[in-house]
Ligand binder design. Structure first.
Ligand SMILES: Nc1ncnc2c1ncn2[C@@H]1O[C@H](COP(=O)(O)OP(=O)(O)O)[C@@H](O)[C@H]1O
Ligand SMILES: [Mg+2]
Length: 265
């Protein structure tokens, strides 16, 4: 499953090109061949499109993020919604290279600080190359993992100091935060069972259950502290039930915030 998901994200998937920021100068037309005429009217610049929205998927391995994200993208596209699907680590050519390094089972000796900095390097590139331009262009972004994963995995899972993480966050992504986060919560044992069926388990998938218990608890702390942004989804249910819960949550979010904007004209 994961290998086919990998193929789904060569770098990014733009389903429909839409709404890129295009500032156009509108001045009075003098007609062909006419001499330039002075006008009292100032040229006007058409406003940039309203900012887009960022929806992130979070949760431990095997919670169903990648498969649910793909299902939601299909659902939204069928509704005429213009979505951009991306992921972290990765999402860019450079970031996908960093992702391979991060997940390579050969790098068993990777220090938690190295791991953190590689994730941040991937995010910096992803943010500058994909996320920020897409938000500026009014796009609806579905992103597989973002900052919450860093706080849960590197902060709680690896016990790294969370304080410097906050300043890294300001440095890498400024004030941009997800508009909605779907936290797919699954029991560790169940999540690991789901991914154990993968023959090519990566470096992180080989972590011990205790590590994922800490990560899961870290995610729950985030959900408790930001209930307006983070919606907890019970990912122990079967695939279709989880998909339905996600669709309902996102449909409500879109109705409330953006339904007109992310639809094709
Ligand atoms: N609700 C579910 N019930 C049973 N299996 C699931 C469910 N959601 C996902 N899976 C399966 O579990 C595996 C991991 O799903 P995936 O979406 O790759 O998880 P993640 O991206 O969170 O690691 C895949 O084989 C997927 O088909
Ligand atoms: Mg995944």
């Amino acid at each position: 499953m994961e290998s086919s998901n990998r193929e789904r994200y060569p770098q990014r998937r733009e389903r429909v090109s839409f709404g890129q920021a295009r500032a156009t100068l509108k001045g009075p037309s003098n007609g062909p061949g006419s001499a330039p005429r002075k006008s009292r009217r100032r040229p006007t610049v058409s406003p940039a499109p309203p900012r887009g929205h960022l929806i992130t998927f979070e949760g431990i391995e095997g919670s169903g993020k990648s498969t649910q994200l793909a299902a939601l993208a299909d659902h939204l596209t069928a509704r005429g919604c213009n979505v951009l699907v991306t992921r972290e680590p990765g999402g860019t050519r450079l970031g996908e290279g960093i992702r391979r390094m991060l997940l390579d089972p050969q790098h068993r000796d990777m220090h938690p600080k190295t791991e953190l900095l590689l994730y941040l390097a991937s995010r910096a590139q992803h943010f500058e190359e994909i996320i920020e331009p897409a938000l500026a262009g009014g796009r609806l972004i579905l992103c597989d993992r973002f900052w919450d994963a860093t706080f849960a995995y590197q902060g709680q899972g690896r016990n790294l100091d969370l304080k410097p993480l906050k300043s890294f966050q300001a440095f890498v992504t400024g004030k941009v935060t997800p508009d909605l986060t779907l936290l797919l919560d699954v029991e560790v044992r169940r999540g690991l069972e789901r991914i154990q069926q993968r023959a090519d388990a990566d470096r992180l998938e080989r972590e011990r259950a205790a590590f994922y218990e800490r990560v899961r608890a870290g995610y729950m702390k985030i959900a408790a502290s930001e209930p307006d942004r983070v919606v907890l989804i019970d990912a122990n249910q079967d695939f279709e039930q989880v998909a339905q819960e996600i669709r309902k949550t996102v449909d409500v979010f879109l109705e409330k915030h953006v339904v007109q904007r992310h639809h094709r004209a």
